[in-house]
Every structure is written in structure tokens, then in C-alpha cells.
Design a protein around this ligand. Structure first.
Ligand code: EPZ
Length: 419
């Protein structure tokens, strides 16, 4: 089985360049379908989930050409299918963006019901509610979903909960709908703004992305664009935590520091020092790492996708920390791995209480999901000695060149066959 062997115990330090954002790229790539033209997208991370999305686009009939490691040309004029049946679509949550992307072009769209990281129940009721409010009928809510309409019409959608996916699907659906759509109580993550920026550059009329209300006036014609995906704030945050967790000083570059405000503020509150430039942040480790409380929230709150990595750092902080997971029902399974490394963590429902210990010890670790996998690399780097990490396909879904980047920061990490 593919895995990582990590000989930890040394500070990770130096500079790391951040890739394009996975969660923005997945949405922008799906959005190219609506435009019915040729798009060139740069800063696309070369990761598993992106490659599956490109395969889905090819399956639908798009002409997809990689024009560099991180650039892709997508001609969606030739798309002639409205259903996503690719066997791997089920393994990727973001495949549901094709519902929103295809409905505006064909009046019909179908996908196998999405999976993705195993974070507990992942309902899509808010997506379905939105489709219905914009004039669609929805069939087969289990196993696969088909959405169809004779006339896609603008409408008013108030989401019951703040959902990244439902917000993006709402934008995708409304850009070609007749008239005005108003989406309320929407998510404000940088990838929401990114997909709106891409579509606006291509001729859409979307206002308010990044605020609580997004207004979209449907248009019929789009034009070719050359667009670059935003930097990945979660990848950046992961390296910002990996440095101080191991006592090292890290510079993360090619980022938008504003996207990381909640993570930066937490690093300062545990004793780290930060220096911020236009497109970089330098994190110096704390003299004494101190405990804190974390509550995951929709953006601009502390991101759930940084919760496992930050909780790992807190394992060796002085005092007792509390980590509240408010987005996903099941995102603490990785804590069992940390406990086997000597961490003192008690999970009760949505909260993990972490009492700091002086050090972590090496162990045989497994990745439970993408961000938990990143946390395992950080934990193995913190522990002096040799740890092994299995189920690394989770990590490689979302972190570009993670082994090379970690190595460049001084981590002794090797990808190997682990029995
Ligand atoms: C996106 O998932 C991200 N995935 C996730 O990143 C991230 O954890 C999540 O947003 C929250 O920030 C992608 O962008 C591909 P949601 P998404 O809809 O859109 C509930 C990572 O590690 N909900 O904002 O699926 C849901 O159960 C991944 O990169 C409903 O109840 O998340 C959850 O509790 C993992 N009904 C909450 O809302 C719905 O119809 C937020 O989910 C939709 C969601």
C-alpha cells in the first residue's frame, strides 16, 4: 500500500509556494461548461480531484488540453451529454457542480450522488431546494440526481444553512436563468468569489459574491477568457501551522493574506509571530506555545478544513485547548491517531479537549480524510523518530507536490510501499 515514511523531530523551515485552490479550481472547471466557449484556466493544481474533474469534462464531450502542468484549455462547445456517469464522480463531492453547470445549457442534468471525504452525513437538500425554486424538477434523490426544466427562471432563494456547495451551484444555475436570481444567506469563502469572478469575466452578471446576498441576472452569451485560480488558503494554512508545530520558521508565498486572517489570528493567539507582505506571510514559532479555543465557522470564521492541522499543533501547547467543530458531524476521527502518539485528547460530540503534552511519539498512522491526512504529516514531523502514514490517497486528492514541498522545508519524508 502506498504510504509515507517520515523521520520527524526537526524544525520545518524555509519558503513554500502555494498552489491554486482545489475547491476554487473544481468549481471553475465545472463552470466552463456553462460558457459554451473556450476557456484557458491557469494555476490549476495538479491533484487527483482536479484530474477526475477533467476526465468528467472529457466524458461530457469537452475538448480538454493540458497546456502546462498547471494550465488547461477547455473547449465546452462540443459538450453533448447532460449526465455525469463517470465511475469516479461518486468519489468526489464537487461532481454535483455539474448539475448547476449543465442545467443552464441543456435543461437537464444528472449526476451520481456525490461522496468525497468521509465527514459524516452530507445532505444536498439545499441544492435541491435551490433547483426547485429556479423552476426545475428533481428526481431520484438517492443514488443519483436528475434535474430538469422547460424554463429556467430566476427566483429568490434563502438558504437554511450556509453551504459552500449550494451557493456555488446556485450561481452556476442562475447565470443562464431568465431574469433576476437573489441568493440569500450564502457562503462567502474565497472560492465563491473566484467562481463568480471567472463567470463575470466570461460575460455573466453576478454581484455581491463574498457578501451575504448574491444577485445574478441571467445572460445567454459568454465569451472566451483566460483566468487564473486563486491561491489555496487551506494549503497555505497547513504549511503555516506545520512550521511552528515543529519549532520552525516558514514563509508561505504566492498567497492572498486576507484569506488567512482567521488562521493568522489563531497562530498569534498561541504565541507565534507573523509578518505579512502583499502576497506572503512569514510565521515564526512561539517561544512558548500556549493553548487556545477554536470554533470552526463559515468564512471568514476559522475554517473547518484547518481544524485537524491546528488541533495537531495544540497537542504540545501549554495548557488545555478546546476545539469545537461546528460544520461537520464527524471530523475528529484522526484524534485517535494522535492519542496513539501520546497526545491527551478527549472528544465529546462536537468538541475535542486537548491537554498539552511535552512531545508526540512516532507511530503507524493512517489518513482518515484529506485534512486529517495533512494533520498526520504534521504530527509525524513533530515526533522524533520514524512514523509511517497510510491511506495517503486522501492527502493527494488535495495537496499538490506535498512530498516535494515538505522535503524542501527540511522534512525527511519518502513515499514508499508500506505493508
Ligand atoms: C465544501 O464542501 C468543501 N468542499 C469542503 O472541503 C469544506 O469542508 C466545506 O465546503 C465547508 O467549508 C469543496 O469545496 C469541494 P457545505 P461542501 O455545503 O460544499 C451541510 C476539503 O477538505 N449541508 O458548505 O460540501 C453539510 O452537511 C473539503 O477540502 C446541508 O445540510 O460543504 C455541512 O454540515 C472537505 N445541506 C454544512 O452544511 C446541504 O444541502 C456545510 O457544508 C448542503 C450542506
Amino acid at each position: 500500500m502506498d504510504g509515507y515514511i517520515v523521520n520527524g523531530g526537526r524544525p520545518l523551515s524555509g519558503e513554500v509556494e502555494i498552489s491554486g485552490a482545489k475547491n476554487a479550481a473544481l468549481a471553475v472547471l465545472a463552470a466552463t461548461v456553462i460558457t459554451d466557449t473556450v476557456s484557458v484556466i491557469d494555476n490549476v493544481p495538479d491533484i487527483y480531484d482536479v484530474n477526475i474533474t477533467l476526465e468528467i469534462l472529457r466524458d461530457l464531450g469537452a475538448r480538454v488540453e493540458k497546456i502546462g502542468k498547471n494550465s488547461v484549455s477547455i473547449d465546452t462547445r462540443s459538450v453533448d451529454r447532460f449526465d455525469v456517469v463517470h465511475e469516479k464522480a461518486r468519489s468526489m463531492r464537487a461532481s454535483y457542480y455539474f448539475l448547476g453547470a449543465l442545467i443552464g445549457r441543456f435543461g437537464k442534468a444528472g449526476v451520481v450522488l456525490p461522496g468525497g471525504c468521509n465527514l459524516g452525513p452530507r445532505p444536498i437538500d439545499q441544492h435541491l431546494k435551490m433547483f426547485k425554486l429556479l423552476g426545475c424538477s428533481v428526481e431520484g434523490e438517492y443514488g443519483s440526481v436528475t434535474v430538469s426544466t422547460d424554463r429556467l427562471t430566476g427566483g429568490q432563494v434563502f438558504f437554511d444553512i450556509v453551504s459552500v456547495g449550494a451557493t456555488i451551484n446556485g450561481i452556476l444555475t442562475a447565470v443562464r436563468a431568465e431574469g433576476l436570481t437573489v441568493l440569500e444567506n450564502v457562503a462567502k469563502e474565497p472560492h465563491i468569489v473566484d467562481v463568480a469572478n471567472f463567470l463575470n469575466a466570461a460575460g455573466a452578471d453576478i454581484r455581491g459574491a463574498g457578501t451575504d446576498i448574491i444577485k445574478i441576472r441571467g445572460v445567454k452569451e459568454f465569451k472566451s477568457v483566460h483566468y487564473s485560480v486563486v491561491p489555496d488558503q487551506i494549503e497555505a494554512g497547513t504549511y503555516m501551522v506545520a512550521g511552528p508545530a515543529t519549532g520552525g520558521k516558514i514563509k508561505v508565498s504566492r498567497i492572498i493574506p486576507k484569506h488567512l486572517e482567521s488562521v493568522s489570528a489563531k497562530l498569534e493567539s498561541v504565541g507565534c509571530t507573523l509578518e505579512e507582505g502583499d502576497d506572503y506571510i512569514v510565521v515564526s514559532p512561539a517561544k512558548t506555545l500556549v493553548s487556545t479555543t477554536i470554533r470552526t465557522m463559515p468564512h471568514p470564521g476559522f475554517p473547518t478544513d484547518m481544524q485537524p492541522q491546528f488541533a495537531t499543533l495544540l497537542c504540545t501547547a501549554n495548557g488545555t485547548s478546546a476545539v469545537y467543530e461546528n460544520i461537520w458531524d464527524s471530523r475528529f476521527r484522526y484524534t485517535d491517531e494522535l492519542v496513539r502518539m501520546g497526545a491527551d485528547i478527549h472528544v465529546d460530540g462536537k468538541v475535542a479537549v486537548i491537554s498539552g503534552v511535552p512531545r508526540l511519539y512516532p507511530a503507524q498512522l493512517r489518513c482518515w480524510d484529506l485534512r486529517a491526512g495533512a494533520a498526520m504529516i504534521i504530527a509525524a514531523a513533530m515526533a522524533e523518530g520514524v512514523s509511517t502514514i497510510t491511506d495517503i490517497h486522501h492527502v493527494e486528492r488535495g495537496y499538490e507536490n506535498v512530498v516535494d514541498k515538505m522535503r524542501a522545508l527540511g522534512l525527511d519524508i519518502t513515499r514508499a510501499d508500506i505493508q
